[in-house]
Ligand binder design. Structure first.
Ligand SMILES: [Zn+2]
Length: 231
């Protein structure tokens, strides 16, 4: 990694900008609006504009920013964003699998640590874990080379017909939800029977072979991504 980012006292905050642009823009690299970015980072739009102008004006810019057109990552910015995402997801996997952290605590801890681990530490974690490709929430871990697998999944909230699905991932953004969902067995890899109840706002789901039915609100259904079972 270039020491340029390290010597900047602002590493954490720059990384968080890059990550937010990356998440909002997706791998297709579409432009992200200042408003969306400000909401995601919980800061004022004026501060976002300020930071983006600074980032775009540096000698090797991490972002491409044009007033009124929004922002996207430069090639260097995308590399750095993927590296931080790799750190984050590896740390989550390590905390969960090796240190037995509860699922709902790994995200916050990783948010802190992701900016500071060395390349050596990253490599050692990956080796210890057998070079995992998926984190405990079901999200793809980018490779050392900055490649990230994309999978065809849909949101539970977009399901219109009853059916059986496999849970691909559960969002890590709401710790309380995560804990509740895990307690119901709603975890990546689990098979889930979904019925969209006509009388009820939301979904009734059954997990694996259990006959127990859980009701999920439409809001929670936005946190769960699913795929069709392969068999
Ligand atoms: Zn996380």
């Amino acid at each position: 990694m270039s020491p340029r980012w390290r010597s900047n006292g602002n590493t954490e905050s720059v990384d968080n900008y890059l990550k937010a642009i990356f998440y909002l823009g997706g791998l297709e690299e579409c432009r992200v609006s200042i408003k969306a970015l400000a909401e995601r980072l919980c800061v004022a739009p004026a501060s976002v504009t300020n930071m983006l102008q600074k980032l775009a004006a540096s000698p090797a810019p991490l972002v491409e920013y044009e007033r009124h057109r929004g922002v996207q990552l430069s090639a260097a910015g995308k590399r750095r964003a993927l590296e931080v995402v790799r750190h984050h997801r590896l740390i989550e996997t390590f905390l969960y699998r090796v240190l037995d952290y509860p699922i709902e605590e790994v995200h916050e801890e990783a948010e802190r640590l992701e900016h500071f681990i060395s390349e050596r530490f990253e490599e050692r974690i990956a080796a210890k874990l057998g070079h995992p490709t998926i984190d405990p929430h079901g999200h793809s871990i980018p490779t050392m080379e900055g490649k990230m697998a994309t999978r065809e999944s849909i949101l539970l909230a977009d399901v219109v017909e009853d059916g059986t699905f496999v849970i691909e991932s559960v969002s890590d953004r709401d710790a309380q939800n995560l804990r509740l969902l895990e307690a119901c067995g709603i975890v990546p890899g689990a098979r889930m029977q979904v019925s969209k109840s006509a009388s009820l706002e939301g979904y009734s789901v059954r997990i694996g072979r259990s006959s127990k039915v859980f009701a999920l609100s439409c809001e929670v259904a936005l946190d769960i991504r699913i795929v069709r079972p392969t068999k």
